[in-house]
Design a protein around this ligand. Structure first.
Ligand SMILES: [Zn+2]
Length: 276
């Protein structure tokens, strides 16, 4: 109940869309999260219920499952619930988001358009990241509720169309929290470290945590890493410190969330603001 109350409170503080899905109580007992572009939703199911999202069966931990929607996910989504020969299809309409434009100037040119000789490294690192994100364990950290991984001022939000030194690049998929170099970064929920690389081309120091059922969190531009691949972490454990490594113009944490290939807005998973 505490969680539900704080989510309700959050509606008045953040531009969070209201819940839009009317889920059948014969199949679902509880829901947390928001059906919106960039949203992630955890469902508690009755015994024996299976769920398909747009035709694809969702794995479960116990009677719980999770689903998410990317920045530009189509608004019409289809959920099918079934149990012992009974089934029901629900058309879910996601709440659309609007994204702003953010300009970042003063970056070294090689960070905007990498030189030819940087590409083998960038490609190899891309493979590392995809392999780590493909890990689909049956941990349940995804469902315990997330907390801010550090404290500071928000300097970048999810979804912004980005221009680096005036050149259009991919949207920003994380939330940027400015904090002094060396500030602790803690796990926002429990999980297992699946990537811990000190020197990625764009991300600098980078850590991934697997929270189960293909929910992965990422922490970028880290100064020091305090975990290694395979480490189990609990919510609140220190995993790294804030830095300005990789494509960064000052010390900050860029926190990202993934569900499968979908990039989730971390700000929708936590209450309030990360300000001290
Ligand atoms: Zn960022």
């Amino acid at each position: 109940m505490r969680r539900a109350a704080s989510l309700f409170f959050g509606l008045f503080l953040l531009p969070m869309p209201a819940l839009s899905a009317d889920l059948p109580r014969d199949f679902v007992t509880a829901q947390s999260g928001v059906f919106t572009q960039g949203g992630m939703v955890v469902l508690d199911l009755r015994d024996g219920v299976s769920v398909r999202l747009n035709g694809e069966t969702l794995p479960q931990v116990g009677a719980r499952t999770v689903l998410g929607f990317g920045r530009d996910a189509k608004l019409a989504q289809r959920l099918e619930f079934s149990n012992a020969g009974k089934s029901q299809t629900v058309a879910v309409k996601l709440t659309p988001r609007q994204y702003n434009i953010q300009r970042i100037d003063g970056l070294p040119p090689a960070m905007v358009t990498p030189p030819d000789d940087a590409w083998p490294r960038i490609i190899a690192q891309g493979k590392l990241k995809r392999a780590a994100r493909a890990i689909a364990s049956t941990q349940s950290g995804f469902s315990q509720g997330f907390v801010w991984p550090t404290r500071g001022r928000i300097t970048g939000v999810y979804g912004s169309q980005r221009f680096y030194n005036g050149e259009a690049r991919r949207p920003h998929f994380g939330i940027d929290i400015a904090a002094p170099r060396g500030t602790a970064v803690t796990a926002p929920a429990s999980g297992t470290v699946t990537l811990a690389e000190p020197d990625m081309y764009f991300e600098g120091g980078l850590v991934f945590i697997d929270h189960g059922l293909s929910v992965t969190s990422a922490y970028m531009h880290l100064d020091s890493l305090q975990v290694k691949v395979g480490d189990k972490v609990k919510r609140g454990d220190v995993i790294a410190t804030v830095g300005s490594t990789g494509r960064s113009t000052g010390p900050h944490l860029d926190w990202r969330m993934f569900w499968r290939g979908a990039r989730i807005d971390p700000a929708l998973l936590v209450d309030g603001s990360p300000n001290k």
